[in-house]
Design a protein around this ligand. Structure first.
Ligand code: ADP
Length: 366
């Protein structure tokens, strides 16, 4: 049964109950009251008793006829009003619901761009508003999913094509089965492995699935041990690694391993994008209730456009350079998510291409 009919029937129940109560009460109360009146008149004029009896019968009959016809007219008017009101109300309720049903079918079929106009500020308007919000976030999720599939397949394509070319060359005898050939193939498979590992990590941080083990550490100690660990790589490439740390201890509540991972990523990038002879400086100092960590390099720098995009997943400024060194453009995205989970965020500044970069973030001190 449609909503319109249900509304109409509910109004009709009220009309029928109202009319029935009216009929029952008037028909049971009115005759008693008539009788009492007539009896008092008869006692005042006993000589006119037979005339009074006749008058009472006529009055009674007239009263019942008038009563019944007015009740019939009132019930018919009420029923018509119930019909009109239910048609109007159901139209006002049913129309937006029908639009919502249609739009949700549209979305279920995979068309996420459907939106509805707000009809009112009542509950239906609120439902429409949250429907639109749901549609917008589904659209965003779908766009991200498609972008991710495109990016991942693009990333997989290059090493796979390279391995296939080597294999075909080996089979056809065009490529010699030398140690160098096998090293190249190994290099490509390592790239694939790294990519898969990064993707797993990315999906974990993006879905908020990483569990962080927060504890209180002296940030300076954490930085020092990370710098000591990565120092040999800097020496190999002849890039100087300086530290400028506050003399005071700075205590922060962090996940030690995850924060170290962020630092290694930023420092690894600084090393990768700084040519031999350049320098990288790691700073740490307290400002207000925050601890600031900075990594500044004298490397290739970043353009205005790159500054805005480097935290996007798979974004690489110089694709061939980053790819040949195994970079997948995911490291900074992961770093950002880890810092977000620490209530922080990563920022970058650069005066332009060739002018070095500065990566920094703040952590609340305890
Ligand atoms: P990748 O694994 O490719 O280094 P990241 O997410 O760590 O991925 O970095 C994304 C991109 O940001 C890099 O490909 C590089 O182009 C740019 N980038 C990162 N750090 C630096 C830096 N210190 N100097 C210049 N460019 C950088």
């Amino acid at each position: 049964m449609s909503l319109g009919w249900k509304l109409f029937l509910s109004y009709m129940v009220i009309v029928i109950v109202g009319a029935s109560i009216l009929i029952v009460t008037t028909l049971s109360i009115a005759p008693i009251s008539f009788d009492q009146h007539m009896q008092s008149m008869e006692s005042m004029m006993p000589s006119r008793m037979s005339m009074m009896r006749e008058l009472e019968d006529q009055l009674n009959e007239g009263f019942y006829t008038a009563m019944l016809s007015s009740l019939l007219i009132a019930t018919a008017a009420a029923a018509t009003t119930a019909l009109l009101v239910s048609v109007y109300v159901s139209y006002r309720i049913v129309q937006p619901i029908r639009a919502l049903v249609k739009a949700s079918q549209y979305i279920a079929a995979g068309n996420y761009n459907k939106r509805l106009a707000f009809a009112s500020s009542d509950e239906l308007g609120m439902l429409t508003e949250s429907f639109n919000r749901m549609a917008a976030s589904l659209e965003e999720i779908e766009a991200t999913r498609q972008r991710l599939i495109g990016d991942v397949s693009h990333e997989l394509k290059t090493p796979l094509a390279s391995i296939q070319a080597y294999m075909e060359g080996l089979q056809d005898g065009i490529i010699e089965p030398t140690l160098e050939t096998f090293q190249q193939i190994h290099h490509e498979t390592s790239r694939l492995q790294r990519l898969v590992r990064d993707l797993q990590e990315l999906s974990m941080v993006e879905s908020g699935e990483i569990s962080l083990n927060f504890d209180i550490y002296n940030l300076i100690d954490l930085l020092r041990s990370t710098v000591v660990w990565i120092q040999p790589q800097f020496e190999d490439k002849h890039v100087k690694l300086y530290t400028e740390f506050s003399d005071e201890k700075i205590f922060v509540r962090v996940d030690y391993d995850r924060l170290r991972q962020v630092l290694l990523n930023i420092l690894g990038n600084a090393l990768q994008y700084t040519d031999g002879g350049g320098q990288v400086t790691v700073r740490c100092y307290q400002h207000g209730k925050l601890a600031r960590v900075e990594v500044q390099d004298t490397g290739v720098g970043l353009s205005e456009e790159d500054l805005e995009r480097i935290f996007e997943r798979f974004y690489r400024v110089d694709k061939s350079r980053a790819r040949s060194s195994g970079g997948s453009g995911i490291g900074l995205t992961i770093a950002r998510h880890i810092l977000l989970a620490h209530g922080s965020d990563i920022r970058v500044e650069s005066e332009g291409v060739g002018k070095g970069s500065l990566f920094y973030f703040d952590l609340p001190t305890v």
